[in-house]
Design a protein around this ligand. Sequence first.
Ligand SMILES: NC(=O)C[C@H](N)C(=O)O
Length: 337
Amino acid sequence: KEAETQQKLANVVVLATGGTIAGAGASAANSATYQAAKVGIEQLIAAVPQLGQLANVRGEQVMQIASESITNDNLLQLGRRVAELADSKDVDGIVITHGTDTLEETAYFLNLVEKTDKPIIVVGSMRPGTAMSADGMLNLYNAVAVASSKDARGKGVLVTMNDEIQSGRDVSKMINIKTEAFKSAWGPLGMVVEGKSYWFRLPAKRHTMDSEFDIKTIESLPDVEIAYSYGNVSDTAYKALAQSGAKAIIHAGTGNGSVSSRVVPTLQALRKDGVQIIRSSHVNAGGFVLRNAEQPDDKYDWVVAHDLNPQKARILAMVALTKTNDSKELQRMFWEY
Ligand SMILES: NC(=O)C[C@H](N)C(=O)O
Protein backbone atom coordinates (compact mmCIF):
# COMPACT_ATOMS: atom_id res chain seq x y z
CA LYS A 1 0.00 0.00 0.00
CA GLU A 2 2.81 2.38 0.94
CA ALA A 3 4.58 1.68 -2.36
CA GLU A 4 1.32 2.44 -4.17
CA THR A 5 0.89 5.89 -2.56
CA GLN A 6 4.54 6.67 -3.20
CA GLN A 7 3.98 5.94 -6.88
CA LYS A 8 1.00 8.27 -7.02
CA LEU A 9 2.77 11.16 -5.31
CA ALA A 10 4.74 13.66 -7.37
CA ASN A 11 8.54 13.63 -7.15
CA VAL A 12 9.82 16.95 -5.88
CA VAL A 13 13.47 17.93 -5.49
CA VAL A 14 14.34 20.66 -2.98
CA LEU A 15 17.50 22.55 -3.94
CA ALA A 16 18.88 24.37 -0.92
CA THR A 17 20.94 27.53 -1.27
CA GLY A 18 20.95 28.91 2.32
CA GLY A 19 19.26 32.06 3.61
CA THR A 20 17.24 32.63 6.76
CA ILE A 21 15.08 29.59 6.05
CA ALA A 22 18.31 27.73 6.90
CA GLY A 23 19.17 30.19 9.67
CA ALA A 24 19.71 29.65 13.38
CA GLY A 25 19.61 32.05 16.32
CA ALA A 26 20.89 31.77 19.89
CA SER A 27 17.42 31.76 21.45
CA ALA A 28 13.79 31.34 20.39
CA ALA A 29 13.34 35.06 21.08
CA ASN A 30 15.84 35.89 18.33
CA SER A 31 13.61 36.52 15.34
CA ALA A 32 15.88 39.15 13.80
CA THR A 33 19.34 38.40 15.25
CA TYR A 34 20.69 35.11 13.92
CA GLN A 35 23.02 33.62 11.36
CA ALA A 36 21.63 32.76 7.95
CA ALA A 37 22.68 29.65 6.00
CA LYS A 38 23.50 27.33 8.92
CA VAL A 39 21.10 24.38 8.68
CA GLY A 40 21.50 21.67 6.02
CA ILE A 41 18.77 20.53 3.64
CA GLU A 42 18.28 17.10 5.26
CA GLN A 43 17.48 18.79 8.57
CA LEU A 44 15.10 21.28 6.90
CA ILE A 45 13.15 18.48 5.25
CA ALA A 46 13.14 16.35 8.40
CA ALA A 47 11.65 19.27 10.35
CA VAL A 48 8.45 19.05 8.23
CA PRO A 49 7.45 15.36 8.18
CA GLN A 50 4.11 16.34 6.56
CA LEU A 51 6.02 16.95 3.30
CA GLY A 52 5.89 13.18 2.81
CA GLN A 53 2.10 13.35 2.45
CA LEU A 54 2.42 15.88 -0.38
CA ALA A 55 5.21 14.39 -2.47
CA ASN A 56 8.22 12.12 -2.60
CA VAL A 57 10.71 14.75 -1.52
CA ARG A 58 14.48 14.62 -1.77
CA GLY A 59 16.95 17.39 -1.03
CA GLU A 60 20.18 18.63 -2.52
CA GLN A 61 22.49 21.24 -1.01
CA VAL A 62 23.57 23.37 -3.98
CA MET A 63 25.24 26.07 -1.88
CA GLN A 64 24.97 27.41 1.66
CA ILE A 65 25.00 31.21 1.63
CA ALA A 66 23.06 34.25 2.72
CA SER A 67 21.40 35.53 -0.43
CA GLU A 68 22.93 39.02 -0.30
CA SER A 69 26.16 37.25 -1.28
CA ILE A 70 24.78 35.47 -4.37
CA THR A 71 26.96 36.04 -7.43
CA ASN A 72 26.27 35.68 -11.15
CA ASP A 73 28.23 32.42 -11.06
CA ASN A 74 25.93 31.16 -8.29
CA LEU A 75 22.93 32.06 -10.46
CA LEU A 76 24.34 30.14 -13.41
CA GLN A 77 25.23 27.12 -11.25
CA LEU A 78 21.72 27.01 -9.77
CA GLY A 79 20.08 27.60 -13.14
CA ARG A 80 22.00 24.74 -14.74
CA ARG A 81 21.10 22.31 -11.94
CA VAL A 82 17.41 23.30 -12.21
CA ALA A 83 17.53 22.64 -15.98
CA GLU A 84 19.12 19.19 -15.48
CA LEU A 85 16.44 18.23 -12.97
CA ALA A 86 13.64 19.64 -15.12
CA ASP A 87 14.87 17.42 -17.98
CA SER A 88 14.72 14.34 -15.79
CA LYS A 89 11.67 12.12 -16.27
CA ASP A 90 11.41 11.29 -12.61
CA VAL A 91 11.24 14.91 -11.42
CA ASP A 92 7.80 16.55 -11.40
CA GLY A 93 8.59 19.76 -9.57
CA ILE A 94 11.50 21.74 -8.13
CA VAL A 95 11.65 23.83 -4.97
CA ILE A 96 14.53 26.19 -4.23
CA THR A 97 15.08 27.35 -0.66
CA HIS A 98 16.70 30.78 -0.80
CA GLY A 99 17.48 33.84 1.28
CA THR A 100 14.86 36.52 0.88
CA ASP A 101 17.20 39.46 0.17
CA THR A 102 17.78 38.50 -3.47
CA LEU A 103 15.05 35.88 -3.83
CA GLU A 104 13.17 38.08 -6.30
CA GLU A 105 16.27 38.30 -8.52
CA THR A 106 16.88 34.54 -8.62
CA ALA A 107 13.19 33.81 -9.21
CA TYR A 108 13.08 36.26 -12.12
CA PHE A 109 16.33 34.90 -13.57
CA LEU A 110 15.00 31.32 -13.55
CA ASN A 111 11.68 32.55 -14.97
CA LEU A 112 13.60 33.90 -17.98
CA VAL A 113 15.99 31.03 -18.68
CA GLU A 114 14.42 27.67 -17.69
CA LYS A 115 12.83 25.85 -20.64
CA THR A 116 10.30 23.76 -18.77
CA ASP A 117 6.65 23.86 -17.81
CA LYS A 118 7.32 21.88 -14.62
CA PRO A 119 6.65 23.91 -11.48
CA ILE A 120 9.68 25.75 -10.09
CA ILE A 121 9.02 27.35 -6.71
CA VAL A 122 11.44 29.65 -4.89
CA VAL A 123 10.85 29.96 -1.15
CA GLY A 124 12.44 31.58 1.88
CA SER A 125 11.52 32.76 5.33
CA MET A 126 11.69 35.94 7.33
CA ARG A 127 12.52 34.25 10.64
CA PRO A 128 15.04 31.50 11.31
CA GLY A 129 13.70 28.03 12.16
CA THR A 130 14.90 28.44 15.75
CA ALA A 131 12.61 31.45 16.40
CA MET A 132 9.15 31.48 17.91
CA SER A 133 6.52 31.55 15.18
CA ALA A 134 9.09 30.71 12.52
CA ASP A 135 7.58 30.97 9.05
CA GLY A 136 9.95 28.70 7.13
CA MET A 137 8.20 25.38 7.83
CA LEU A 138 4.85 26.49 6.43
CA ASN A 139 6.44 28.35 3.53
CA LEU A 140 8.36 25.17 2.62
CA TYR A 141 5.26 23.02 3.03
CA ASN A 142 3.38 25.38 0.71
CA ALA A 143 6.23 25.37 -1.80
CA VAL A 144 6.24 21.57 -1.99
CA ALA A 145 2.44 21.57 -2.25
CA VAL A 146 2.54 23.94 -5.24
CA ALA A 147 5.54 22.16 -6.81
CA SER A 148 3.67 18.85 -6.73
CA SER A 149 0.42 20.23 -8.16
CA LYS A 150 -0.38 19.85 -11.87
CA ASP A 151 -2.16 23.24 -11.78
CA ALA A 152 1.16 25.01 -11.23
CA ARG A 153 2.59 23.82 -14.56
CA GLY A 154 3.27 26.44 -17.21
CA LYS A 155 2.79 29.42 -14.90
CA GLY A 156 6.45 30.42 -14.77
CA VAL A 157 8.65 30.46 -11.71
CA LEU A 158 6.60 31.01 -8.56
CA VAL A 159 7.26 32.18 -5.01
CA THR A 160 5.32 30.92 -1.97
CA MET A 161 5.60 33.23 1.03
CA ASN A 162 2.97 33.99 3.67
CA ASP A 163 0.38 31.64 2.07
CA GLU A 164 0.45 33.57 -1.22
CA ILE A 165 1.51 32.25 -4.62
CA GLN A 166 3.35 35.05 -6.37
CA SER A 167 4.80 35.33 -9.84
CA GLY A 168 8.62 35.26 -9.66
CA ARG A 169 8.62 38.08 -12.20
CA ASP A 170 6.49 40.50 -10.24
CA VAL A 171 7.21 39.76 -6.62
CA SER A 172 9.53 41.91 -4.52
CA LYS A 173 10.65 42.05 -0.90
CA MET A 174 8.91 45.17 0.41
CA ILE A 175 9.76 45.08 4.12
CA ASN A 176 12.46 43.28 6.11
CA ILE A 177 10.82 42.76 9.53
CA LYS A 178 7.40 41.26 8.81
CA THR A 179 6.46 37.78 7.63
CA GLU A 180 4.17 39.57 5.17
CA ALA A 181 7.24 40.79 3.31
CA PHE A 182 6.69 39.84 -0.33
CA LYS A 183 4.31 41.79 -2.53
CA SER A 184 3.66 42.34 -6.19
CA ALA A 185 2.32 45.63 -7.54
CA TRP A 186 -0.08 43.54 -9.65
CA GLY A 187 -1.25 41.14 -6.95
CA PRO A 188 -0.56 37.48 -6.14
CA LEU A 189 -1.55 34.73 -8.61
CA GLY A 190 -3.17 32.62 -5.93
CA MET A 191 -3.23 31.28 -2.41
CA VAL A 192 -2.02 28.01 -0.94
CA VAL A 193 -3.99 26.81 2.07
CA GLU A 194 -3.58 23.49 3.88
CA GLY A 195 -1.60 22.07 0.97
CA LYS A 196 -4.08 23.05 -1.73
CA SER A 197 -3.57 25.78 -4.35
CA TYR A 198 -6.27 28.28 -5.29
CA TRP A 199 -5.56 30.29 -8.47
CA PHE A 200 -6.94 33.70 -9.41
CA ARG A 201 -4.86 35.06 -12.28
CA LEU A 202 -2.07 34.19 -14.74
CA PRO A 203 1.18 35.95 -15.69
CA ALA A 204 0.88 37.94 -18.93
CA LYS A 205 4.61 38.32 -19.65
CA ARG A 206 6.79 35.80 -21.55
CA HIS A 207 8.49 33.19 -19.37
CA THR A 208 10.06 29.70 -19.34
CA MET A 209 8.72 27.71 -22.36
CA ASP A 210 7.79 30.92 -24.20
CA SER A 211 11.09 32.66 -23.47
CA GLU A 212 13.79 33.21 -26.11
CA PHE A 213 16.48 32.70 -23.46
CA ASP A 214 17.86 29.32 -22.43
CA ILE A 215 20.22 28.60 -19.55
CA LYS A 216 21.84 25.87 -21.68
CA THR A 217 23.21 28.43 -24.13
CA ILE A 218 24.36 31.02 -21.57
CA GLU A 219 28.03 30.65 -20.73
CA SER A 220 28.51 33.78 -18.65
CA LEU A 221 26.60 36.90 -17.67
CA PRO A 222 27.87 40.38 -18.57
CA ASP A 223 28.56 43.04 -15.98
CA VAL A 224 25.45 45.15 -15.40
CA GLU A 225 25.45 47.57 -12.47
CA ILE A 226 22.92 49.81 -10.70
CA ALA A 227 23.32 53.48 -9.73
CA TYR A 228 20.87 54.97 -7.22
CA SER A 229 19.37 58.41 -7.63
CA TYR A 230 18.29 61.01 -5.05
CA GLY A 231 18.40 64.76 -4.48
CA ASN A 232 21.86 66.30 -5.02
CA VAL A 233 23.05 63.14 -6.79
CA SER A 234 26.37 63.40 -8.63
CA ASP A 235 27.60 61.49 -11.68
CA THR A 236 30.50 59.87 -9.78
CA ALA A 237 28.91 56.43 -9.40
CA TYR A 238 27.81 56.26 -13.06
CA LYS A 239 31.29 57.17 -14.29
CA ALA A 240 33.00 54.73 -11.94
CA LEU A 241 30.71 51.86 -12.91
CA ALA A 242 31.31 52.47 -16.60
CA GLN A 243 35.04 52.72 -16.04
CA SER A 244 35.05 49.40 -14.21
CA GLY A 245 33.57 47.75 -17.30
CA ALA A 246 29.77 47.79 -16.91
CA LYS A 247 28.09 46.97 -20.23
CA ALA A 248 24.84 48.48 -19.02
CA ILE A 249 23.93 50.77 -16.14
CA ILE A 250 20.53 50.53 -14.53
CA HIS A 251 19.52 54.01 -13.45
CA ALA A 252 17.59 53.43 -10.21
CA GLY A 253 15.76 56.67 -10.70
CA THR A 254 13.44 58.78 -8.65
CA GLY A 255 9.72 58.80 -9.56
CA ASN A 256 9.17 58.04 -13.22
CA GLY A 257 12.82 57.02 -13.64
CA SER A 258 13.64 60.70 -13.82
CA VAL A 259 17.28 61.76 -14.23
CA SER A 260 18.90 64.73 -12.52
CA SER A 261 20.12 67.48 -14.84
CA ARG A 262 23.55 67.00 -13.20
CA VAL A 263 23.65 63.41 -14.49
CA VAL A 264 22.02 63.68 -17.95
CA PRO A 265 25.18 64.79 -19.86
CA THR A 266 27.19 61.94 -18.33
CA LEU A 267 24.59 59.35 -19.32
CA GLN A 268 24.48 60.78 -22.84
CA ALA A 269 28.27 60.49 -23.08
CA LEU A 270 28.34 56.96 -21.65
CA ARG A 271 25.73 55.84 -24.19
CA LYS A 272 27.90 57.29 -26.98
CA ASP A 273 30.75 55.17 -25.59
CA GLY A 274 28.59 52.05 -25.96
CA VAL A 275 27.22 51.61 -22.44
CA GLN A 276 23.49 50.82 -22.40
CA ILE A 277 21.50 53.19 -20.17
CA ILE A 278 18.34 51.66 -18.69
CA ARG A 279 15.97 53.90 -16.76
CA SER A 280 14.06 52.29 -13.90
CA SER A 281 12.41 53.63 -10.77
CA HIS A 282 13.15 52.93 -7.10
CA VAL A 283 9.73 54.09 -5.80
CA ASN A 284 8.61 51.71 -3.04
CA ALA A 285 5.37 50.18 -4.24
CA GLY A 286 6.50 49.61 -7.85
CA GLY A 287 7.65 51.94 -10.59
CA PHE A 288 6.14 52.45 -14.04
CA VAL A 289 8.61 54.04 -16.41
CA LEU A 290 7.49 54.98 -19.92
CA ARG A 291 9.60 55.88 -22.94
CA ASN A 292 10.09 59.58 -23.60
CA ALA A 293 8.27 60.49 -20.40
CA GLU A 294 10.64 62.61 -18.24
CA GLN A 295 13.54 62.09 -20.68
CA PRO A 296 13.78 61.88 -24.51
CA ASP A 297 14.79 58.21 -24.69
CA ASP A 298 14.45 58.07 -28.49
CA LYS A 299 16.88 60.97 -28.89
CA TYR A 300 19.41 59.68 -26.32
CA ASP A 301 19.02 56.00 -27.32
CA TRP A 302 18.20 54.93 -23.79
CA VAL A 303 16.00 52.02 -22.71
CA VAL A 304 13.23 52.04 -20.10
CA ALA A 305 12.68 49.19 -17.63
CA HIS A 306 8.91 49.82 -17.45
CA ASP A 307 7.61 48.18 -14.23
CA LEU A 308 10.77 46.22 -13.41
CA ASN A 309 12.50 47.47 -10.28
CA PRO A 310 16.23 48.18 -10.58
CA GLN A 311 17.37 44.78 -9.32
CA LYS A 312 15.03 42.92 -11.68
CA ALA A 313 16.04 45.23 -14.53
CA ARG A 314 19.64 44.18 -13.89
CA ILE A 315 18.67 40.51 -14.27
CA LEU A 316 16.83 41.05 -17.56
CA ALA A 317 19.58 43.30 -18.92
CA MET A 318 22.25 40.66 -18.21
CA VAL A 319 20.24 37.89 -19.84
CA ALA A 320 19.23 40.11 -22.80
CA LEU A 321 22.83 41.23 -23.41
CA THR A 322 23.85 37.58 -23.92
CA LYS A 323 21.76 37.81 -27.13
CA THR A 324 21.99 41.38 -28.39
CA ASN A 325 23.58 44.75 -27.83
CA ASP A 326 20.97 46.53 -29.95
CA SER A 327 19.07 49.06 -27.84
CA LYS A 328 15.83 48.55 -29.84
CA GLU A 329 15.97 44.82 -29.23
CA LEU A 330 16.70 45.45 -25.56
CA GLN A 331 13.66 47.73 -25.36
CA ARG A 332 11.49 45.07 -27.02
CA MET A 333 12.65 42.58 -24.40
CA PHE A 334 11.87 45.03 -21.60
CA TRP A 335 8.28 45.28 -22.88
CA GLU A 336 7.84 41.54 -23.41
CA TYR A 337 9.41 40.02 -20.24
N1 LIG B 1 15.32 36.59 5.39
C1 LIG B 1 16.47 36.31 4.76
O1 LIG B 1 16.56 35.27 4.16
C2 LIG B 1 17.55 37.35 4.77
C3 LIG B 1 18.95 36.86 4.58
N2 LIG B 1 19.87 37.95 4.72
C4 LIG B 1 19.17 36.23 3.20
O2 LIG B 1 18.73 36.78 2.23
O3 LIG B 1 19.81 35.22 3.10
